[in-house]
Design a binder for this molecule. Structure first.
Ligand code: NAP
Length: 251
């Protein structure tokens, strides 16, 4: 089967930055798979995306869900051109939590190991599992692009600088999960160097979403800019980088 429209999958695209990335990729002519762990919310989101957007049930912590999603893309679309690993959690409480409380409970002396495991399960292991499942489909693309939505919060270089204004937020849960995600980004980039696939990490910036109880200061439109740029990289574009809309971020 030959398709003219490129195909993109955005995980956790039922709301927030992922939904905005899905909208912009649809505007760029992609068939967009709107990943959502709740299918009904994914369907509502897909209706708001416009273009050729299709809801895809995908819980990045559930191997059966990942397998089924890859199977559906294979049979329905035959390949994948862009994978945006966007789904993440900032804590494991399952309800809206003020940022100060998230930071307090993330301190390494008190953070619950169960919470550390849950956050890593979604933000790190989920990305490895989804990327691995989608890799055979991405290898069928003439120009596969993987964008991992990371965060400057995971930068060891920035946070080890005593002058860094946000270092008090560097706890044992969300921030190191993004440090690990950056490492995984680099590992995939190195392994896939000889292929058509480029793998990069993007920080969207501090954005008003459910992740931070809407305390962020940017809009989702501003946040989507760098992930979308990396999703659309030309053949001579880089792989194995970490950046925001303002430029490279130290690892
Ligand atoms: P958000 O509105 O909370 O969106 C997170 C999305 O991930 C939701 O759709 C959520 O689904 C989904 N998700 C969570 N666990 C999942 C799982 N197991 N399987 C599938 N989907 C799952 O937050 P956001 O700010 O847009 O976050 C998007 C990305 O930007 C994340 O990677 C985040 O770390 C990154 N980021 C955000 C900021 C910021 O300031 N907002 C800054 C830096 C980086 P449900 O609706 O079902 O919970």
């Amino acid at each position: 089967m030959t398709r003219d429209m490129p195909v993109a999958l955005v995980t956790g695209a039922n709301q927030g930055i992922g939904l905005q990335i899905a909208k912009e990729l649809a505007q760029h002519g992609f068939t967009v798979l709107v990943g959502s762990r709740d299918l009904e919310r994914g369907e509502a989101a897909a209706r708001s995306v416009g273009g050729d957007a299709r809801a895809l049930q995908l819980d990045v912590t559930d191997q059966a869900s990942i397998r089924a999603a890859a199977g559906r893309i294979q049979s329905e679309l035959g390949r994948l051109d862009v994978l945006v690993n966007n789904a993440a959690i900032s804590h494991a409480r399952g309800s809206r939590t003020p940022l100060a409380e998230i930071a307090k409970s993330a301190r390494p002396s008190v953070a619950s190991l169960d919470e550390v495991r849950s956050v890593f399960e979604t933000n790190v292991f989920g990305v490895i599992a989804v990327t691995r499942a989608m890799l055979p489909l991405l290898l069928l693309s003439p120009a596969g692009r993987i964008v991992n939505v990371s965060s400057g919060a995971g930068s060891l270089t920035a946070n080890s600088n005593p002058a860094h204004p946000h270092r008090a937020m560097f706890g044992a849960t969300y921030s190191p999960s993004k440090t690990a995600l950056n490492a995984i980004t680099l590992a995939f980039a190195i392994e896939l160097e000889a292929t058509n696939i480029k793998v990069n990490a993007a920080c969207p910036g501090f954005t008003a979403t459910a992740l931070n109880d809407f305390e962020g200061t940017q809009t989702v439109e501003q946040a989507a800019r760098e992930p979308v740029r990396l999703a659309l990289l030309a053949e001579n574009g880089p792989t194995g980088t970490f950046s925001s809309a303002s430029g490279p971020i130290p690892w």
